[in-house]
Design a protein around this ligand. Sequence first.
Ligand code: GDP
Ligand code: MG
Length: 162
Amino acid sequence: PLPVVAIVGRPNVGKSTLVNRIIGRREAVVEDTPGVTRDRVSYDANWAGRGFTLVDTGGWDPDAVGFAALVAAQAEIAISLADAVLFVVDATVGITDSDEAVVRVLRKSGKPVVLAANKVDDQRVEAEAMNLWSLGIGEPFPISAMHGRGTGDMLDAVLAAL
Ligand code: GDP
Ligand code: MG
């Protein structure tokens, strides 16, 4: 079986956009309204000649009471099934309670993690991305899932983590 890479992060950070970027097709549903991933969640992916299975997560209600805990619970399921985790944060928003809740789950899991600082559409947002070092889980890879910026280096790191 192919190794499994789970994409986790709170709603609206760009997980489904990143899935589409990686697989090169618009199959994951991208929503402007947070929390609406209800489509198929597993995708065959390939980078530098290596195949892997990408698992997208989401589909919970951002207005729910205890939202950060819900995000963490969803992430926990995906992480437990994964060989490596691609943790996506919105660099333009910065670190939220939900992001920190996911980090706690990641630490507990001991799974290898690559940190993607998304929505770095141009050079001006790079500094924001570097703030994510403070999450304490390693190097943030500045990417733009929308435009493809930086995703090659990020995927190299994902493969190195497998
Ligand atoms: P998800 O909830 O984490 O799956 O996020 P989506 O992929 O559905 O994206 C949420 C919103 O962020 C959509 O409006 C996307 O178009 C937007 N988005 C995703 N990636 C980027 C990016 O790299 N740059 C910008 N500017 N917007 C993005
Ligand atoms: Mg989604």
